[in-house]
Design a protein around this ligand. Structure first.
Ligand SMILES: [Zn+2]
Length: 169
């Protein structure tokens, strides 16, 4: 089992870019951004980035009719995507795994000869909450945003979201 501590906090900016591209069906570009996030990240969360990038490569292989490539890379991705909680850093990992599994069941059903008939609408977007992480400038705690108010649960420090550009840029 993974250390769930790694599931709190923010995603690497390149990982966010990768998820956007993945959801736009730009699997090659998604793989490149996620690879950068994987290389730059020192935390264990890099393994999840690697798993998602391998699923992006799997989907790319499917769009190119490469059955063997898809099966091989998907097989490799499993060890990196399993053992995380259902939601990690705002990513719905459970749904992501299930969607990929559905895709691969269909790929296997079609087989090597008929993979060109794969229905691309089976590619589901990755669900994630884009949560920006704010740290309190007084006590260093993680702050929460709700209805345009950013509040520190520890010391009560507060900003209005309209002030944030002045504060954090
Ligand atoms: Zn505080």
């Amino acid at each position: 089992m993974r250390n769930i501590e790694n599931c709190s906090g923010a995603l690497h900016p390149k990982a966010i870019e990768g998820l956007r591209l993945f959801n736009a069906g730009e699997f090659f570009e998604a793989h490149e951004e996620l690879e950068t996030a994987w290389r730059e990240e020192t935390d264990e969360i890099r393994d999840l980035y690697r798993g998602i990038l391998q699923v992006a490569v799997t989907y790319l292989h499917i769009t190119r009719g490469n059955y063997d490539g898809a099966v091989k890379v998907y097989g490799r991705s499993l060890k990196w995507t399993r053992d995380w909680g259902d939601v990690c850093r705002g990513i719905n990992v459970k749904k992501f795994r299930e969607d990929a599994e559905t895709v691969m069941k269909e790929v296997e059903r079609l087989g090597r000869e008929r993979i060109a008939a794969f229905d691309l609408s089976l590619f589901q977007p990755i669900q994630w909450n884009e949560k920006r992480l704010w740290l309190c400038d007084r006590c260093g705690s993680e702050m929460y945003e709700k209805n345009c108010k950013v509040t520190c649960p520890n010391c009560g420090n507060r900003f209005d979201c309209s002030d944030l550009n002045l504060y954090f840029d």
